[in-house]
Unconditional design. Structure first.
Length: 423
């Protein structure tokens, strides 16, 4: 006897379950992958849109701030008292001793004291100002606050602020950041030329803004949980870093991000980068108004955490779908294989010459039902054929017996004739 339906059951059931899983899960997995890919792209786009919006907001605030400082600088440069500056202003070009480098405009009196009073009054009403000063073409210098100069033989005409203003004498300029050791600050200077009533340039008026002031302007900007903004000038000097003020005035190269090394040629870009062993996503935008560059930074982990959560949801959806599909596939495979198994066992009974096996129940009108009907017909035909063969066999047996009796009588008669001949 054959083992009934075992290997057949395992084979077709497993194949059907695998087919069900493949047909059902492959589209789900592909769709999940496409959704995740789209979601990741959407997250990046949302980050770019959100940070670009924040950058525009910061840029607008800084632009307005610098616009106000420029207006203040021009206002001071056109102040009648400032325009009275002459060769009487103290010079420090030949001063080397600390007491000689101490600024004492009020003691000096005259126009120098008057200019200092103007600067002092202005500074008291503008808390973000680091210093206010005037350098004349004769080398005179007056400044608020009245501190001690740290540079010996100080000549304002050789300083970057003076040269910056003289490059474009009719405009208000913003210099590159520089370190001012006298008050231990890193500043940018907003400068313009001062002209007397006859239109002749007599010096340069300047207002210094500490980079700490710029940092305070951007440090309250919230970009997610880990995001922040970096402001640089066009040459790549960091003007404001809301997370680490110690980086102010340093080159953008100090961040160790290769894609920022040629920042002067980048107007806008979005990319991934590594800083201090952490992965970040950056969005760089250039300001057309101030020519500053803004870099929005956020940890990549913060963005991918949302993706990871979606991955988990999709995983559990696929897992639950797999269980449901397995249950459904087992149900349908049983419904499909049960009549096939019955047909297989039925055929094996016939193979084992058991024609008294119960006929197959035909409950379907498909190919499987047709197969069951055909097997039943085959069994009935075999049964009829065997019955006919049995009848013929009986008839042959009867004829054989008759023939045998005839042969036996013939043999007896032949023996009797032989005996009569010899006796």
């Amino acid at each position: 006897m054959h083992e009934k339906g075992g290997a057949f059951t395992n084979s077709i059931k497993i194949k059907l379950i695998i087919i069900f899983l493949l047909v059902s899960l492959i589209p789900v997995i592909i769709l999940g992958y496409l959704v995740m890919d789209k979601f990741k792209e959407e997250l990046k786009n949302n980050f770019i849109k959100a940070t670009s919006r924040e950058i525009r907001h910061v840029d607008r605030n800084i632009s307005l701030y610098f616009k106000a400082v420029k207006e203040d600088t021009r206002m001071l440069a056109t102040n009648p008292i400032v325009k009275e500056a002459d060769e009487s202003l103290t010079t420090y070009m030949n001063k080397t001793k600390p007491q000689e480098l101490q600024l004492t405009p009020l003691k000096k009196g005259g126009v120098e004291a008057d200019i200092y009073e103007v600067f002092s009054h202005f500074a008291k009403n503008h808390s973000k100002v680091s210093s206010v000063y005037l350098g004349t073409k004769s080398g005179g210098y007056v400044q608020w606050p009245a501190i001690s100069l740290s540079t010996k033989n100080y000549d304002p005409r050789k300083r970057p602020f003076y040269k910056g203003a003289m490059k474009d004498k009719d405009k208000v300029a913003i210099t590159d950041p520089y370190y001012w050791s006298a008050n231990d600050t890193t500043n940018v200077s907003v400068v313009t030329t001062v002209k007397d009533n006859n239109g002749r340039i007599i010096g340069v008026q300047g207002i210094d803004i500490s980079l700490d002031s710029l940092t305070r302007m951007i440090e309250d900007i919230k970009i997610g949980e880990t995001g922040y903004v970096i402001v640089t000038n066009n040459q790549g000097s960091i003007l404001a870093h809301s997370q680490n003020a110690e980086l102010n005035f340093k080159s953008i190269k100090s961040l160790g991000v290769n894609k920022l090394n040629n920042i002067e040629s980048i107007n806008q870009a979005s990319f991934e980068a590594v800083m201090n062993g952490k992965n970040y996503f950056m969005n760089l935008r250039n300001s057309s108004q101030t020519n500053l560059k803004f870099i929005a930074v956020i940890e990549k982990k913060e963005l991918t955490e949302r993706v990871d959560n979606i991955y988990k949801i999709i995983f559990w959806i696929i897992f639950i779908l797999t269980i449901i599909i397995i249950v459904i596939s087992i149900f349908f495979s049983n419904k499909f294989t049960k009549p096939l198994i019955a047909a297989t066992n039925f055929a094996r009974e016939i193979t084992d010459e058991n024609l008294n096996v119960e006929p197959l129940k035909i409950e379907r009108r498909d190919e499987i039902g047709e197969l069951s009907g055909t097997l039943n017909d085959m069994k009935n035909k075999l049964h009829r054929q065997i019955h006919k063969l049995n009848l013929k066999n009986k008839a042959l047996k009867y004829e054989k017996e008759k023939l045998q009796k005839y042969l036996d009588i013939s043999d007896l008669m032949r023996i009797a004739r032989l005996n009569a001949r010899f006796f």
